[in-house]
Design a binder for this molecule. Structure first.
Ligand SMILES: [Cu+2]
Length: 149
């Protein structure tokens, strides 16, 4: 039998869950910032950057011990970039701290998110899941810069 205090805690917890789910559902889809999981396809495992139009890019990033490919990505300011991330071996992380990106790179899975880069700069991509002895060196960068004439 539950005592009064336990019932109170359960009610408050349930209420918090309901408030959270309600708030989440009320957010517009664009602000939810949840990584999409895409059905696995070998086409995503080839690292590349594809230009869709002047301001839209697709990056197919592959993580492996202990690097990301492509290691350097250059896009112009104001670009919107779709990242498709997978792994060749173990579980890695894909973190762009300045743009609030936090994804997992999992073998056999594709994680997708869309990020805008309004300002010029160098944005570091780091692995934030411990993946072995070379983990601390696992970095890549996104260079947001105006195209050279
Ligand atoms: Cu790592």
């Amino acid at each position: 039998m539950l005592d009064k205090f336990e019932i109170k805690v359960l009610r408050i917890s349930g209420l918090l869950i309901v408030v959270f789910l309600f708030a989440y559902c009320m957010l517009p889809a664009k602000r939810r910032w949840v990584t999409e999981c895409i059905p696995y396809d070998k086409a995503y495992t080839e690292p590349r950057v594809t230009k869709i139009d002047a301001k839209t890019y697709q990056v197919f990033a592959v993580a492996q011990m202990w690097s990301f490919e492509p290691a350097s990505i250059t896009v112009p300011p104001g670009s919107e970039v779709d990242f498709y991330v997978t792994s060749k071996d173990v579980v890695h992380g894909f973190n762009i701290a300045e743009r609030n990106v936090n994804m997992m790179a999992v073998y056999g899975g594709i994680s997708k998110t869309t990020v805008k880069f309004p300002e010029p700069g160098v944005y570091k991509i780091t692995c934030h899941e411990y993946c072995g002895t070379g983990h601390q060196n696992m970095q890549a960068e996104i260079i947001v810069d105006f195209p050279k004439p």
